[in-house]
Design a protein around this ligand. Structure first.
Ligand SMILES: [Zn+2]
Length: 229
């Protein structure tokens, strides 16, 4: 009897340790938000962020992005990232109609899209967006990309998308049907999240003479503190 009790006691410590380790890992894992390198980019960047380019930053642009974790969705860092991405795409230096997180060095599923299909063309943010389906005809239209200066290309795209995402304010899952030019922007930005660029899909790609004229000179030099890729 005593032997059995001693044996049980001896086993209790490792069992309790294992339980504590698993619980600790779960709690820690649940709270983990962004990698150290990502936090550095989010926190150290100016409000107008350094925009990655296909020549200098192909790894971050070509790596498929992952969904934000529940902890990341609720984090202050995500709010900072969203605000800085918006300031970047709307800046006179860039003057874009959409931006995806890999374009500022973060391989997470966050995009901003200018909703030309809505009154006033507001910019809207989409978290963990996924294109569920494409519909409509295939049309060819000109596209450019902040990350592919100073090029433009003719890209075949479908005229409609159904996209599911997490609403940035309520954090509830949503689904939206979008058509026209805005649907093209959704396809372009969601491509970024899959590590794909418009030049992969374009029929023709050419140097755009208007690229420089359309935006103020932008310094594409990576900041000194930028984490090593
Ligand atoms: Zn782009």
């Amino acid at each position: 009897m005593n032997d059995t009790l001693r044996m049980t006691n001896r086993m209790l410590v490792p069992v309790l340790l294992a339980v504590a380790l698993v619980a600790g890992f779960l709690v820690w894992g649940g709270r983990r938000a962004f990698t150290k390198a990502e936090r550095t980019v989010i926190r150290e960047s100016d409000s107008v962020m350094y925009v990655t380019t296909v020549d200098a930053d192909s790894l971050v642009l070509r790596t498929p992005s992952v969904d934000l974790t529940p902890a990341e969705l609720k984090s202050k860092d995500l709010r900072t990232l969203m605000a800085k991405m918006l300031a970047t795409v709307r800046s006179p230096q860039q003057d874009g109609v959409g931006i995806a997180a890999p374009q500022v060095g973060i391989d997470k599923r966050v995009i901003w899209v200018q909703r030309f299909d809505k009154e006033g063309g507001p910019f809207e943010c989409y978290l963990n967006p996924h294109i569920d389906s494409l519909f409509g005809e295939v049309g060819k239209g000109p596209e450019g990309c902040l990350s592919v200066p100073p090029m433009r290309g003719l890209v075949p795209r479908r005229t409609g998308v159904i996209v599911s995402y997490i609403h940035p304010e309520t954090l509830e899952p949503k689904r939206d049907t979008v058509t026209g030019y805005t649907a093209v922007i959704f396809q372009h930005e969601c491509d970024h999240l899959d590590g794909r660029l418009y030049i992969d899909r374009a029929d023709t790609v050419f140097v755009s003479p208007s690229w420089e004229a359309e935006r103020r000179a932008f310094d594409y030099t990576r900041p000194d503190w930028w984490p090593q890729q």
